[in-house]
Ligand binder design. Structure first.
Ligand code: ADE
Length: 424
């Protein structure tokens, strides 16, 4: 039932959600420190923040941090299958944060929830995939509202690609901060977070044995690199497919077999897409795959596996042959198994990235937001990078929380690095 407090599945799930949010918080020491400091200094006072993020226990800790900083916050889901209903209930009941998100919601409800998040007239928005900004900029009803947004912070690669395309086409009329592109985000979250949580989702859904399995990883960006190296760590025979010759070369020199998908389709028994592009696995590939092949996607949108084509060629579809797994029976007598309907496997079939890595992503979000608010001059209308000082602070705090010390430059070294005179 939708109320001003939000639209969540069942408030009776709140107690379980609170336990899990507190559990996640234990491994988010950087965000915890920021929250303690925000509680004292209230740097976000007067800000209205509408966030469209995966509704997980880690996101809940970000929301609590922003609220502690004095902001009015509201949350809606950035994917219909990633919402943890107990987390949503707990945020509403225990933290007084309105949440509009129900696991498994249909497209209509998903967009209604985005509208409800914008109804509070936010001064700042947070996105994971750019759906809120896209609504603000393409729906005429939000034209005036878009002008009042101080900035929108973007969490993921796909969102930043969309926003840069808007900037190039001259339709971006509000300032954006590419949180994804901060070193403290993509080097850790995309590589180690996606690397681990993708395998976690596949294992929870199928319980398969990685050792010895031919696994095809489509895309060798930071997420693909993480997945390929973790699958190899479990003993899989990893094949990488790429369209970028430099990345293909990198994968080859990292020791992976590289080949076109047309060939990999015959060899793979597990296929994982992480390219950010559409139609990576298509009809021509499905028809070549061996019986029993498992298909999943860990890219942001559910466009990488052509599920429509798979449905069209299938003689029949059996839903939930195991939780989150559908079987597609093909006319050639083979069966292909699709996890999580082709949506983000790590969030649809598991709980997303572990809290310890989201600690860095969301600490970067929180401090980037503080930077936006404390900036004297409003940001201009383009895609901005997170300031280096924010990245350095997050990395320094994370190292300290892990009891790791690192060296500092001596005066002599500093001088050497800023000079050009001494050579051979
Ligand atoms: N994206 C990937 N994993 C996530 C998590 N655990 N919480 C929020 N967003 C995520």
């Amino acid at each position: 039932m939708a109320t001003t407090q939000g639209d969540v599945k069942d408030l009776r799930l709140a107690a379980e959600g609170k336990k899990r949010i507190d559990w996640a918080e234990q491994t988010m020491p950087v965000l915890r420190q920021i929250r303690e400091s925000f509680t004292k200094t209230k740097p976000l006072k007067g800000m209205k923040v509408s966030a469209c993020l995966h509704v997980t226990t880690e996101t809940a800790n970000l929301m609590r941090t922003l609220k502690a900083g004095g902001a009015d916050v509201m949350l809606c889901a950035s994917n219909p299958l990633s919402t943890q209903d107990d987390t949503a209930a707990s945020l509403v009941k225990h933290d007084g944060i309105p949440v509009f998100a129900i696991h498994g919601e249909n497209r209509k409800t998903y967009y209604r929830h985005l509208q409800q998040a914008l109804a509070q007239q936010p001064t700042v928005t947070l996105d994971d995939g750019a759906d809120l900004v896209s609504m603000l900029l393409t729906d005429a009803a939000y034209k005036d509202q878009a002008k009042r947004i101080r900035a929108s912070l973007e969490e993921t690669t796909t969102g930043v690609i969309r926003l840069r395309a808007m900037e190039k086409d001259g339709v971006l009329t509000l300032p954006v901060v590419a949180v994804n592109d901060a070193d403290t985000k993509y080097l850790f979250d995309n590589r180690y977070g996606t690397g681990q949580s993708t395998l976690d989702g596949i294992l929870r859904a199928t319980c398969l044995l990685f050792a010895g399995k031919p696994v095809v990883v489509a895309g060798y960006g930071w997420c693909g690199k993480g997945v390929a190296s973790r699958a190899r760590g479990l003993g899989a025979q990893v094949i990488v497919t790429e369209i970028n010759p430099i990345r293909a070369l990198e994968a080859a020199m990292d020791g992976f077999r590289v080949m076109p998908m047309a060939d990999a389709a015959r060899e793979g028994e597990l296929f994982i897409t992480l390219t950010g592009d559409i139609g990576v696995l298509r009809e021509e590939h499905f028809l070549k795959m061996p019986d029993g092949a498992i298909l999943c996607n860990s890219g942001h949108f559910d466009v990488e596996i052509d599920v429509k084509a798979l449905k069209k060629i299938a003689k029949s579809v059996e839903k939930n042959v195991r939780q989150n797994v559908d079987a597609y029976r093909l006319p050639n007598g083979r069966s292909l198994y699709l996890i999580g309907e082709g949506r983000l496997v790590n969030l649809a079939a598991a709980e997303g990235h572990p809290a310890a890595v989201m600690d860095m992503s969301f600490a970067t979000q929180a401090l980037a937001l503080q930077w936006v608010v404390e900036n004297k001059k409003p940001l201009d209308t383009r895609v901005h990078l997170v300031p280096k000082a924010v990245e350095e602070k997050v990395a320094t705090l994370k190292l300290a929380s892990m009891n790791i010390r690192c060296d500092r430059l001596t005066e002599e070294q500093k001088k050497y690095l800023s000079s050009w005179e001494s050579g051979t």
